[in-house]
Design a protein around this ligand. Structure first.
Ligand code: HSE
Length: 393
């Protein structure tokens, strides 16, 4: 197969940009990074100043550059860069999950209009090739569900709190120092980053492009040692799990919540910054994908795989979207949760339909029971502000 010679314009030289640079240099991959566009010119960097520019048009208007790699941390800027590159007929690879999740329909239209590929494997679960597998291998209508740990930082925090008894803020700092967390780590710990990845995965699993705002998410920012101890005493672990599943032939449901997992569950054994994805098909049963979900080199590998795919003309076809079998997403879904809270009015936000366990301790209470996701979605702002901690059972 004839491969197109790649001349790359890179936007962003943070953790992933540097990781990609290392990988291209040491892998001998035949591509040239012609220019790197950064926001700040005064930072000390490993490369000579002539490698960088502050002016995006030095890349966008360079007709020799045929591939733009977008690795910035600003979703709005990223969208402008990506659309500017596509309008100019350049191929694009991005790791920007917020940008992709919030603009999937527009980005898909631009790919058809300008006839260029946009690949974003690195935007979901870093080194795990989940998007291309959903797009190609699972090119059918038989997926019952896709779920898993889609955020490396929160998994790092949860597994360190479990194994070493470390405090939440100390391990969050470690996740930041290791380059796993977002520049604004609230995106990780509140579950929003997992939800953006879930939207992208849903698009390729079911052909429906949900808006992040349509999906309920809750994170681990209010977790305490009580919750870790509760789980340990029952032989469980807590993992932040993103989930999408079919509930009727044309309907799916999706959410992000911490979950209690048992030792028989693959996700129980996913530790540190690793991610795990479980795809359940009607006939193939459950398949498990495991790999590093954050970090410059792990994410850089997924970016390089997309760069390589561009060189032989690969593009997503969005065949499931074209077939349009899945038409809607619903929050009308019953689920069992554990809720730790302080005030009765906090518990009322959840509209428990049935209570199976209740405990009142010093300074906190917890309850286990069945709720409708629809109620949680309707009260999502108040739930977020309340400081409670919930776990799906
Ligand atoms: N902050 C993200 C995570 C980086 O921790 O998973 C990879 O998307």
């Amino acid at each position: 197969m004839q491969r197109e010679r790649l001349r790359i314009g890179l936007f962003g030289y943070g953790c992933v940009g540097q990781g990609l640079h290392d990988i291209i240099n040491s892998s001998g991959f035949d591509a040239e990074i012609v220019k790197i566009c950064v926001k700040h010119g005064d930072k000390p960097r490993r490369l000579p100043a002539r490698a960088f520019t502050l002016n995006r048009y030095d890349i966008l208007d360079d007709s020799e550059i045929n591939l733009v790699v977008e690795l910035t941390n600003d979703a709005r800027e990223a969208f402008n860069i990506v659309s500017g590159a596509m309008e100019r007929g350049k191929m694009v690879v991005t790791a920007g999950k917020a940008m992709v999740a919030n603009n999937l329909a527009a980005l898909t239209d631009m790919q058809s209009r300008y006839g260029v590929p946009l690949l974003y494997e690195a935007s979901a679960c870093a080194s795990i090739p989940v998007i291309r597998n959903l797009e190609e291998y699972y090119d059918n209508e038989l997926l019952n569900s896709v779920e898993g740990i889609f955020n490396g930082s929160t998994n790092y925090i949860l597994s360190k709190m479990e194994s070493s008894g470390a405090g939440y803020h100390d391990v969050l700092r470690e996740a930041m120092d290791n380059g796993f967390a977002e520049s604004d780590p609230t995106l990780d710990v509140t579950g929003l980053d997992s939800k953006q990845k879930l939207c992208i995965i849903t698009a390729h699993a079911y052909g429906l492009f949900p808006r992040p705002d349509d999906i309920f998410h809750t994170g681990i920012e209010n977790i305490t040692e009580h919750d870790i101890r509760y789980a340990r005493e029952k032989g469980l672990r807590i993992r932040l799990v993103a989930h999408v599943s079919k509930c009727a032939a044309d309907t799916i449901t999706a959410f992000v919540m911490p979950r209690f997992v048992q030792s028989s569950d693959k996700l129980y054994h996913v530790k540190d910054e690793y991610n795990g994805v479980i795809a359940e098909g009607a006939f193939a049963d459950r398949q498990f994908f495991y790999g590093k979900g954050a970090g410059g080199h792990a994410t850089g590998c997924a970016v390089l795989s997309d760069i390589s795919a561009c060189s032989y003309g690969y593009r997503y076809e969005y065949k499931k979207r074209a077939r349009g079998r899945v038409k809607k997403i619903t929050n009308d879904h019953l689920t069992e949760i554990y809720l730790r809270y302080n005030l009765e009015e906090e518990r009322r936000l959840f509209g428990f339909k049935e209570i199976t366990e209740y405990f009142c301790g010093t300074g906190f209470r917890y309850v286990k029971g069945v709720v409708n996701l629809q109620t949680l979605y309707q009260n999502r702002e108040a739930i977020r502000e309340s400081g409670v901690f919930m776990v799906k059972i």
